[in-house]
Design a protein around this ligand. Structure first.
Ligand code: UDP
Ligand code: MG
Length: 316
């Protein structure tokens, strides 16, 4: 007989089209696990990330019909990572000892939760849901995502390949996670650094059940840049390497210029000058841009602003 008390945390932004079905499927999984004594009890916590549609009233309604359903309503849209954090922070002080995070759109295989919980019962603190293939993703999404994982690992960020934010965490590992004060959140990187015993569960990722992706290209790019700059200072070092390289090249050019001058060739050189001017200008701008990226981060961190505000709450 398991004593595991499980809660599934689901961030939702404009998800009125999927929430009913999500609740049905997740409740079904929880009931089955209760019957098989994999868990003692299971609940759902929806975090409404400042949705503009009927998401919150739907959560209210679902919580009346279904005793498993709880909800947090954030006062404004703070983005997937911060919304998830809000739910995890709540769970870290709750009576639940295993916490699963999953997207609202049912793209991740809910059946994998059973396997994850079994791993938890065997003593693993963190169980990563890892996607087997990206068959259902668009060509574009698949390749940009792959590029991101590659870039991230060459830049020194330790992340699990093809793992998004579908994972199970024990209460103690969650408490370790929420003790991180940083505001630039890249959860999958942070979780990896905690170091508690971990396992992986593989699953196939499906198409969005309904509605459209809430992660347009602009958000995806922001996320990738945040991921790299929150975990690595390699881009900074890259500037130094480039700087040294440029100096070496310019020594060669000075030598060449002096030599041509000495043998009496006066080259008009207008074109080459202009070209190099542009090139160096571009290189300097890029370098300043990368430095700005880090300064922006420092700026955000030192402000220590609160991450979110809870406007309403349906919890125990
Ligand atoms: N989401 C959120 N706040 C946002 C954007 C998204 O809470 O500002 C939630 C969304 O409701 C979903 C999850 O984050 O549960 C992942 O979003 P989505 O499925 O749109 O991303 P994709 O799977 O396309 O990367
Ligand atoms: Mg999705």
């Amino acid at each position: 007989m398991s004593t595991t008390k499980l809660i599934i945390v689901v961030p939702c932004y404009n998800e009125e089209e999927v929430l009913k079905e999500t609740t049905r499927q997740l409740s079904d999984i929880l009931s089955r696990m209760e019957q098989q004594a994999t868990i003692a009890e299971g609940h759902l916590l929806y975090v409404d990330d400042g949705s503009k549609d009927a998401t919150w009233s739907l959560i209210e309604q679902l919580s009346i019909e279904n005793p498993r359903v709880m909800g947090l309503k954030l006062a404004h849209n703070v983005g997937h990572q911060q919304a998830l954090w809000a739910g995890l922070e709540w769970a870290s002080t709750s009576r639940f000892d295993a916490i699963v995070s999953i997207d609202a759109d049912l793209q991740d295989d809910v059946e994998a939760i059973i396997e994850m919980t079994k791993c938890f019962n065997e003593g693993y603190d963190i169980v990563y849901g890892v996607r087997k293939e990206r068959k259902t993703d668009t060509f574009f999404k698949k390749h940009t995502a792959q590029l991101f994982y590659k870039l991230m690992s060459t830049m020194g960020g330790d992340i699990v390949y093809n793992h998004a934010d579908f994972r199970l965490m024990s209460k103690r590992s969650l408490q370790a996670l929420v003790s991180h004060p940083e505001r630039n959140l890249f959860l999958r990187g942070l979780v990896r650094q905690l170091g508690y015993p971990s396992a992986m569960v593989y699953y196939d990722r499906k198409e969005r059940f309904a509605g459209e992706s809430k992660y347009p290209l602009s958000k995806m790019l922001n996320f990738a840049i945040d991921g790299i700059t929150s975990f690595s200072v390699k881009p900074l070092r890259l500037i130094t390497t480039f700087g040294v390289l440029f100096i070496l090249v310019s020594i060669g050019i000075i030598g060449y210029a002096l030599y041509t001058h000495a043998i009496g060739h006066t080259v008009p050189g207008w074109t080459s000058l202009l070209v190099s001017l542009w090139f160096i200008g571009g290189a300097i701008l890029t370098a300043i841009g990368i430095i700005g990226e880090y300064i922006g981060k420092i700026y955000k961190e030192v402000k220590r602003r609160p991450r979110y505000f809870i406007e309403k709450q349906i919890t125990e």
